[in-house]
Structure formats: structure tokens, C-alpha cells
Design a protein. Sequence first.
Length: 352
Amino acid sequence: MGLTQSTLIQTLHRLGKSVFMGVALTFVLNGCNQRDSGADVVAEVNAHKITRSELDKAYQRESSGAPQSLPLDQERALRLRLVTQLIDSELYLQRASKQGILATDEAVNARVNQDRAPYTNEEFVKKLQDMGYTEDEYRREVRRRLIIEKLIGTEVENKISISDADIQDFYRRNQTQFNLAEPQYLLAQIFVNAHAVKAQGEIPGYQKIRMVHDRLESGGDFAELAQKYSDDLETGRDGGELPPLVESSLKESDPVNSKAILALEPNQYSKILKVMNPKTGALLGYRIVRLVAKQPAGQRNLSDPQVQQFIRNQLRKEREELLRNAYDAVVRDGAEVHNYYANQVLKGVEEK
């Protein structure tokens, strides 16, 4: 039985796929046109052709961490998601072009240097090769990412505002949520994927997390280092912040490292911890965990700054998701999009 899209993504992540170059986008499949443009073109976006070679490169980069070839249905599911990603990226880039949104050479250089920082030059070139990039191709990819980030920041994120009245209303409607039956921990993490290929006798992922730990020891800011180096992009962009965990959930979710985490004092961070697959025992990566705060059991009041910040963050995430979905619909409105690969998948299934 084929994996669902969500399960497939999780599977690839568990297999050690690096999220080194990822940027979180909302990928919603457009309806496919019943025409078939031929073998060389998998989609069109306002007459811009997305070629099969582009899809093949994206597929190779996405599946490079898998130990073996995917079954046909899983390969098709991954390729279908990647075509949708390429379509959405092109829609964003076309919209950014119309608005004159660009990424400067200085910004591109800064981002590439940030990505390069944990590695020697030889290691970085090898990493790009493993991901299917030349250095020039990677710079072009970084430029596209920066343009899309700037577009979304301007047209979505900058429109979000949270008032004191919003926070008070949320607290009134969810007051029982802040009555803790047991202590609750506010944590942040910096997570680094393990990699299969060894360099100089050490796993590259460990080299990277050791570098991050050394910078923390030298007084580096945890949130800034999480944003720069964490391979968990979802938490990394928020400075590594994790959802609140009660003590029992923490012990259950991370039985191997929970003792070390529970021993932390507020603002302390852990030693380098291994992250293992609980089912197979395989090494997934490494992380450093920081205890932001420990909240005692009992009712938390709205006057508590941590309660206010939690509510503000929650409301921002909800509104960002709402506005992003609306924005994606607006971007697609009036665009001429043909997903030929989706049509090919339907035909392939029918012909089985």
C-alpha cells in the first residue's frame, strides 16, 4: 500500500534526508489539465514551462538520503508533490517579479556563507554535490528562496498584529488550558541531522553540532544559532522553541534524554544529545536542548509574561496559517496552471 504524502515526507526525514536547503512553503495541488504536453514538460505556469529535467533534479535531491529506490507508487507521490512545489515556487517568483522584489548579491552571499560556515570548503562542495548542486546552481536556488521569503514577509507576515485585547480574549476562552496538573517545561532545541557519509573519521552531523555547542560555550545566542544552524526548520525559524511539554509527556517522548533535560535550570542548555529512532534504534541526529522556563503546577494567570508570550505566539501562528492559505488562493486566482504530470499519474494508474 502506498504511503500518504505526509507519511512519505516523514519517512524520508527518518531515513536521514537533510533539510539543509529547505524553506517552508504551503504546497496545495492545483487541478490538473487533461492535456498532455509531452515527455519534456511536466507543468506550465502562465506559459512558463517546468521541464522533466527540473523535476528529475528535484527528485534526486529529495530522495538522496533514501538507502534504496522507492516503490513506484511512492516515487510517483513524491514526484507529484515536487511538481506542485515547482509550480508554487514559480507562481511566487512571477508575483515577486511584478512587484520588483529582488534579492541582492550581498544577501545571497550572506546566506551562502551562513550555510557554508559549519564546513570546510571541501566539505561544503562535497555536500552540494551530494545534493545534486553545483555552486552556481546552489546560489541560484538561494536567490530564489530569498525572493520568496521577502515576498511572503511583505505580503503575509507583516500584516499580522496581535493586540492586548486579542490576548485577553484568548485567555478567557482557554483559561482551563493554563491550569497545569503537573509541571510544564518550555524548551528550545538545535537539531542537526546525522549523515551517512563520514569525513575524517567523524559523522559530519556531529561536527556541525559540536561547532554549535562550542559557539554556545563562547557566549553565542541560542536563538540566533538555532535560526542559523538547526536542521529542524519549523522550530529553527522560531529560535528553536518547542511546544510546551508537561513532565510526563517529556519523559514519554524522549526517555533516553529526559533525565538530562529535567536536570536543567532555566536558561541552561544540555550537552550534545543523540536522537534515535525509537523503533529501529537508528541514529537520526543530534540536538542541544535549552530550558527556557519551568512552570509549576496550578493556575497560570494572564499577568504572567510567559503566558502572554505563549498566547501571542499561538495567535500569530494561527493568523499566519490563515493569511497564508488566503494568499495562496489569491496568487493562484487568474493564473493559468497546467499540471501535466498529475494527468500522467492518473493515466498510469488507469493503465495498470
